[in-house]
Write a protein that binds this ligand. Structure first.
Ligand SMILES: [Zn+2]
Length: 257
């Protein structure tokens, strides 16, 4: 009997292990996708555009992208009959990454959307002259414009871990001068917590550690518009932080023309 019991416990552990590790569930990604559509549908329609996230390759294959294990997300665009479509794909592998949160998923979809909506500077040499914002611009858009809107819409998705003392220090130094700053302060704390997931992603994808307490001090002479150019992970991290703190785009990738 005792042997049987321990076997049972072992079986429960094995069944539970994948659940304990899964960071973001399929239904949570669905909620996020619905929220993006609700938030942006109207203004995109006015501009003759539409947003399509995780479009199934065949009708009914709704879990297709969720079942992919690649740790990546992507953006592409098409122009047909005067309508521009912004396609965003987020593979299940990205959402299931260890340390990922719902807010982190929102931030990454915001970055991808930024490729379509963040404006100049644009990447050069795109098919049909499509206007696709450069990486730094997409990062900046994510943390200045898109995340504040999506966080308002998805208040329930807040991360449960409490903010670090350091984050509280940075946010209160920037936003707590007056009572009207409280909303910006709350956004700041939640967004800085979200940066933890960016940190994890940079480590997983490039084995580079980035941090709030350091900065990429390099100064470029001209914004690099090559299609495949990415600023250094620390430079991208600095750009996200600058977005949260309402600062200017860092010189490690951006140069005013
Ligand atoms: Zn990108």
């Amino acid at each position: 009997m005792r042997h049987f019991l321990s076997l049972c416990i072992f079986a429960v552990l094995v069944v539970c292990a994948p659940l304990a590790q899964a960071q973001v569930q399929a239904y949570e990604l669905q909620i996020v996708i619905h929220a993006f559509n609700a938030e942006y549908r109207e203004e995109l329609a006015k501009a003759n555009a539409q947003l399509v996230i995780n479009n199934p390759p065949t009708a009914g294959a709704t879990d297709f992208w969720w079942n992919r294990d690649e740790v990546r997300a992507s953006y592409s665009t098409s122009q047909e009959n005067g309508v521009r479509t912004h396609y965003i794909f987020m593979m299940g592998g990205y959402a299931r990454m260890q340390g990922m949160t719902v807010d982190g998923v929102i931030a990454t979809i915001c970055h991808e959307l930024g490729h379509g909506l963040a404006g100049s500077p644009y990447k050069e040499g795109q098919d049909g002259g499509a206007k696709i914002s450069v990486e730094g611009q997409a990062d900046y858009f994510a943390y200045t414009s898109c995340l504040p809107r999506m966080f308002k819409r998805l208040t329930g998705a807040k991360s449960t871990s409490s903010a670090s003392e350091y984050a509280e220090k940075i946010c209160s130094a920037r936003f707590i001068q007056s009572r009207s700053d409280q909303k910006q302060y709350d956004y700041c704390l939640r967004a800085i917590q979200t940066l933890e997931t960016e940190k994890t992603f940079f480590w997983q994808s490039t084995r580079t550690s980035v941090d709030l307490s350091i900065a990429d001090r390099s100064v470029i002479l001209k914004t690099d518009l090559s299609a495949d150019y990415y600023p250094s992970p620390q430079c991208r991290f600095d750009t996200m932080l600058a977005g949260i703190l309402q600062g200017t785009r860092p010189r490690c990738w951006f140069k005013e023309e």
